[in-house]
Design a protein around this ligand. Structure first.
Ligand SMILES: [Zn+2]
Length: 272
């Protein structure tokens, strides 16, 4: 009986260890963490993209945890304009421009004086961009998700806590476009955001995290100081490849334990 218990306990420990890789050492806390969020909302039963939905209660717990553990909040512009940053600097980023960023996340940012960068799609209304990645992702789930209005974005910017970044005009799958269309999606998006919101746009996020060498060079030529990918992790030196920055993916399925691990190592589990 005792032997069986030990075997079962051992198996459970192995499974847990494999899932979380909790023994992995912390990445140097002088290296800033760039966190990737999409929606802050409750999950929809059976929905495909619930991983992109961090529950509002969970988001508040995460921001509160960061504050209590001595993290300093910075925007992407601040991250790239300052060679030296305090130990434990974190840049929260939101992709796409979902309305819950204003309704759910913004009150939390204000409560904890936490800064964030919003990668806003210019033409974000009634657009089913999921199919630009995979044609069978045609449920319209993300299209039906309410998006931020310009008025809401302006209020977020006026708080001084939120900075805007580019995420193309249409949430394009860049590698499928010819050079002229790539330039329109990347450069014109920057100009349009700058004109609409009277703010300098210094960072960019590749839609779907999909890009090629040409996209990287267009971003650099367009005047962006940085571009973020969806590659998971924490960069050793953010200035060595500023247009290929890694991010720490925050999943809607994470527990606080998983969140803490991601802040420590950039990853949640064993793989990668
Ligand atoms: Zn996106």
């Amino acid at each position: 009986m005792t032997a069986l218990f030990l075997v079962l306990a051992g198996a459970a420990l192995l499974l847990f260890s494999h899932r979380y890789a909790w023994w992995r050492p912390a990445v140097d806390y002088h290296r800033p963490r760039i966190l990737m969020y999409h929606m802050v909302s409750d999950h929809r039963p059976g929905a495909r993209f619930n991983k992109l939905r961090v529950k509002p209660t969970m988001f508040e717990q995460q921001v509160c945890w960061l504050k209590e553990h001595g993290w300093h909040f910075a925007t992407m512009g601040e991250l790239m304009q300052n060679r030296t940053l305090p130990k434990k600097t974190v840049a929260i980023t939101f992709d796409d421009g979902y309305e819950d960023n204003y309704l759910q996340a913004f009150p939390v940012l204000k409560k904890y004086a936490a800064k964030a960068t919003l990668y806003l799609v210019v033409d974000r209304f009634d657009r089913d961009w999921s199919t630009n990645k995979k044609s069978h992702h045609d449920s319209g789930e993300l299209m039906q998700e309410p998006k931020l209005t310009d008025v809401q974005v302006k209020e977020m910017l006026a708080s001084g806590l939120v900075e805007l970044g580019g995420h193309t005009i249409t949430h394009a799958n860049l590698i499928r476009l010819d050079r002229e269309d790539k330039v329109r999606e990347i450069v014109a998006a920057r100009t349009e955001l700058q004109e609409s919101f009277a703010q300098d746009i210094s960072s960019f996020a590749y839609p779907f995290g999909i890009y090629d060498a040409e996209d990287v060079s267009i971003c650099a030529d367009a005047g962006f100081l940085s571009a973020v990918t969806t590659v998971e992790g924490i960069d050793r030196d953010r200035f060595s490849n500023p247009y290929l920055l890694k991010r720490v993916k925050i999943s809607g399925k994470d527990s606080m334990f998983a969140f803490g691990l991601r802040m420590k190592t950039g990853l949640r589990g064993w793989k990668r």
